[in-house]
Ligand binder design. Structure first.
Ligand code: FES
Length: 115
């Protein structure tokens, strides 16, 4: 058995070559947040996409989206969608309530579906 004792002097560069194995290359995966970004009353919120109604996902994540009827009639849940991967197309209730605002990115959170 080799019981070599290293002293400070033995570790000075040039006296002892300590070979360290090359560090393994680790691949870093950059996981980009794919959240749905919406605005309501000037407040921007990011909602983690969970299949179902956008309003339900937002409320379950503690996002304070205002709403009232949940039927698509009052318009209280109107939001501006900034970024929405995987969001359904506007349904008839939204088209009826929001009219041309849909083309500007507005949706009813109680009607929009996360697919
Ligand atoms: S809560 Fe009334 S339209 Fe969405």
């Amino acid at each position: 058995m080799n019981n070599r004792v290293f002293t400070v002097g033995s570790l000075i560069s040039g006296r002892l070559i300590v070979k360290h194995p090359a560090p393994e290359r680790t691949e870093r995966k950059i996981i980009k947040a794919e959240g749905i970004i919406v605005e309501q009353n000037g407040k921007r919120m990011e909602i983690y996409p969970v299949k179902g109604k956008l309003l339900d996902a937002a409320l379950s994540q503690g996002k304070p989206i205002q709403y009232k009827c949940r039927k698509g009639t009052c318009g209280q849940c109107t939001i501006k969608v900034v970024n929405a991967p995987g969001l359904s197309y506007p349904n008839e209730q939204e088209k009826k309530k929001l009219k041309n605002e849909i083309t500007n990115g507005y949706r009813l959170a109680c009607q929009a579906e996360i697919l």
